[in-house]
Design a protein around this ligand. Structure first.
Ligand code: FAD
Ligand code: DHB
Length: 398
């Protein structure tokens, strides 16, 4: 038997990814107590290489909390992106189109900034917790049980927030008759690399090629991030560094432009999924980020979607403790309204830029995609719509 420890807090947060860590800061700013419970180690959570693009509204949320020190120094502000198809590269200038920009800044850096700021606050963050289990979420006295460092903990709270990602425990404890999940898999995946080489482009390139999608992103003036569409059952061991570079050269290459190679320091394959839960609230449990929804990565929305949920929920908790329960009671509905728009945009970008099928069916699809890309890059209205969605729809109440 482990020794036991009972803790009382106001909000118990499950998961120390970007969503959980950011919510802690929003609560701290309003003087609301919280505890964060994470099942992985601090090093592991810091080491995960994931998203790289922050919407303008996400940057504004971080700035409103004074968490943008390193971001404003090291983030790369981009006016737009390039869309490439049929051997041509088109610049989409968001700033000229709608006066908004995005910032390239890795999720790892965001998580690192949030963790360091929690260290400075002395926040209670329990890494390497085992058997994490929210309980009594249908009562006004929910709790989270877990073991940590040889002790059994029970954290009693007013509310529990599931910020524990797609594979987390929080969503799964909502009774099946109170939640429906909508899901869609794609017949492709992304092989992503990090390479120690200066980016060969000033802004991100999204390319449709008959062989499949490719993208050139970056992490800093010295580090490039690149992606190739592959089959979901591909094994990373079958992709030598040279095979990856050859694919990138073929799919990204255009006349008069050179893709520079460098040492590959990380490579992995990520499947793609669209997923939305019908509710982000059950009793005293609230879901944020990947725990409630997943997008395919083509629109660069996953991390931003998590930030928008957290901004809305943080504001709703603040209002709740100021005496108005209204915004908290409508959080799920309001957050999902924004998420469904993000879902549709991510799926549209994904379908427009990835190839699939064989024979005339694949050809039919590809020609339609080129038609769509010609339309988008040739229409001021379509470009404005793309710019508005890529740089981020407004976050209600922020
Ligand atoms: P997460 O980052 O998943 O954080 C959840 C946290 O909860 C984790 O630290 C996890 O360890 C913890 N946890 C899980 N279960 C438990 C438990 N039972 N108890 C306690 N803690 C638990 N988005 C993009 O926009 N572009 C990309 O290129 C991109 N690449 C990605 C690559 C990968 C491999 C993955 C998985 C996602 C990628 N995403 C990308 C999506 C983006 O990273 C996520 O949307 C974002 O991380 C969501 O943040 P979150 O805090 O909601 O969830
Ligand atoms: C990155 C990831 C994305 O999904 C995207 O659309 C753009 C950039 C990145 O990892 O840099």
């Amino acid at each position: 038997m482990y020794p036991t420890m009972d803790i009382r807090t106001t909000v118990a947060i499950v998961g120390a990814g970007p969503a959980g860590l950011l919510l802690g800061h929003l609560l701290a700013k309003s003087g609301i107590d919280f505890v964060i419970i994470e099942n992985r180690s601090r090093e592991y959570t810091l080491g995960r290489i994931r998203a790289g693009v922050l919407e303008q509204s996400s940057v504004a949320v971080l700035a409103s909390l004074g968490l943008d020190g390193r971001l404003s120094e090291h983030g790369l502000v981009h006016d737009g992106i390039y869309l490439q198809y049929a051997g041509q590269r088109h610049h989409v200038d968001f700033n000229a189109l709608i006066g908004r920009t995005v910032t390239v800044y890795g999720q790892q850096q965001v998580v690192n900034d949030l963790m360091l700021a929690h260290d400075a606050l002395g926040s209670a963050v329990y890494f390497e917790s085992a058997d994490v289990l929210p309980r009594d979420i249908d009562t006004p006295r929910p709790s989270v049980e877990f073991t940590h460092d040889g002790t059994s903990y029970s954290v009693e709270a007013d509310f529990v927030v599931g910020a524990d990602g797609f594979h987390g425990v929080s969503r799964t404890i909502i009774p099946a008759d109170s939640i429906t999940t909508y899901e869609r898999d794609y017949p492709f995946a992304w092989l992503g690399i990090l390479a120690n080489v200066a980016p060969s482009t000033d802004e991100l390139i999204y390319a449709l090629h008959p062989e499949g999608f490719a993208m050139h992103s970056m992490r800093s003036p010295q580090v490039s991030r690149l992606y190739l569409q592959v089959d979901p059952d591909e094994k990373i061991d079958d992709w030598s560094d040279q095979r990856i570079w050859d694919g990138l050269h073929r799919r990204l290459g255009i006349d008069g432009w050179t893709l520079h190679e460098g040492e590959i320091t990380e490579k992995s394959i990520t499947p793609m999924r669209s997923f939305v839960a019908s509710t982000l609230n059950y009793g005293t449990l609230y879901l944020v980020g990947d725990a409630g929804h997943i997008v395919p990565p083509t629109g660069a929305k996953g991390l931003n979607a998590a930030i928008s949920d957290v901004a809305m929920l943080g504001a709703a908790f603040t209002t709740y403790y100021a005496g108005d329960a209204g915004p908290l009671s409508t959080y799920s509905e309001r957050a999902l309204r924004r998420q469904w728009k993000t879902q549709y945009f991510s799926r549209w970008m994904t379908e427009m830029l990835h190839t699939s099928g064989a024979g005339t069916e694949a050809e039919f699809r590809y020609r339609g995609q080129v038609g769509q890309l010609e339309y988008v890059t040739g229409s001021h209205y379509a470009l404005q719509s793309l710019a508005e969605q890529y740089t981020g729809l407004p976050i209600e109440g922020i």
